[in-house]
Design a protein around this ligand. Structure first.
Ligand SMILES: CC(C)(COP(=O)(O)OP(=O)(O)OC[C@H]1O[C@@H](n2cnc3c(N)ncnc32)[C@H](O)[C@@H]1OP(=O)(O)O)[C@@H](O)C(=O)NCCC(=O)NCCS
Length: 200
C-alpha cells in the first residue's frame, strides 16, 4: 500500500509505503527497535514509550520468512515504523510469552477462550519520533492486523503499565480492549485483545 499524506507538522505532501517486510528490511527494523529499547533510553526518554522485547537478527528473519510477521512503513527509503506479529509457537522462546501462553485460558474475550490456534501475539510496535502523531501508528497497526486476519480471529498483546502512551494509542487511535492485568518478573501488564476483523 502506498500512502500519500500531508505531513502533520510541515503540511507538505509525503509518500510512505506500508507493506510486509522482507529480510532486506531487517537492518532498518533493528535500528528502530534499538532506538526504542528500554535498555538504550533514559527514564525521561521512556516517557515517550519504550519496548522491552529483545530479538536477534536471526529471530527477526525467521519471523519474516516463517510467519510473514513484520509490517513496516518506509519513507524516503528508511523504515520509520514496524509492527510485529506471530504465532504463539513462534514467541514461545521468550519467557514473558511462555507466561502469556500459560495464562491464555484465563482471559476469555467476547465469549471465546483464547488458545494457540485461535489467537496470535502482536507487538512490539515502534514509530520513529519524526513521524509520531501523524496517523502512521494507526495505519501500520491496521495493516498488521489485516495481514493476520485470514489466519486468526483474535489478536492479543501486552502493554507495560508504565507505558501509558502505548495504552492511549492502542485504546484511542485503534480500539483494542483491556481484558485484564497480569504480573511477570516484577512488572505489571495490561492484557489487551481485539478481533482481527475490527475496523477503525
Ligand atoms: C507507542 C507508539 C507506537 C504510538 O505511536 P504515536 O505516533 O506516538 O501515537 P499517536 O500519536 O497516534 O497516539 C498516541 C496518543 O497517546 C497520547 N499520549 C502521549 N503521551 C501520553 C501519556 N504519557 N499518557 C497518555 N497518553 C499519552 C497522545 O496525545 C495521543 O493521543 P491524542 O492524539 O488523542 O492526544 C510510539 O509512540 C512509539 O513507537 N513509542 C516507543 C515504542 C513503544 O512504546 N511501543 C509500544 C510498546 S507496546
Amino acid at each position: 500500500m502506498i500512502l500519500k499524506r500531508k505531513a502533520f507538522y510541515t503540511g507538505t505532501e509525503e509518500i510512505m509505503e506500508i507493506r510486509q517486510a522482507t529480510v532486506e528490511d531487517v537492518e532498518g527494523v533493528v535500528a528502530l527497535l534499538q532506538a526504542n529499547h528500554a535498555d538504550n533510553l533514559t527514564e525521561e526518554e521512556k516517557k515517550n514509550g519504550f519496548v522491552t522485547t529483545k530479538m536477534t537478527n536471526e529471530q527477526m528473519e525467521a519471523l519474516i520468512e516463517q510467519e510473514n510477521g513484520i509490517t513496516i512503513a518506509v519513507k524516503d527509503g528508511r523504515v520509520v515504523a514496524f509492527a510485529m506479529a506471530g504465532s504463539w509457537q513462534f514467541w514461545s522462546e521468550w519467557p514473558l510469552f511462555q507466561k502469556m501462553i500459560e495464562l491464555l485460558p484465563e482471559f476469555e474475550y467476547n465469549g471465546v477462550v483464547p488458545d494457540m490456534e485461535n489467537s496470535y501475539q502482536y507487538g512490539p510496535i515502534c514509530v520513529d519520533r519524526s513521524v509520531r502523531g501523524t496517523g502512521v501508528f494507526h495505519d501500520v497497526f491496521m495493516e498488521s492486523l489485516r495481514s493476520m486476519k485470514d489466519r486468526y480471529p483474535m489478536m492479543i498483546t501486552f502493554i507495560n503499565q508504565v507505558n501509558p502512551l502505548s495504552y492511549a494509542a492502542h485504546t484511542r487511535k485503534v480500539r483494542m480492549d483491556e481484558v485484564g492485568t497480569f504480573d511477570f518478573n516484577g512488572n505489571h501488564y495490561w492484557w489487551m485483545a481485539c478481533p482481527t476483523d475490527m475496523e477503525c
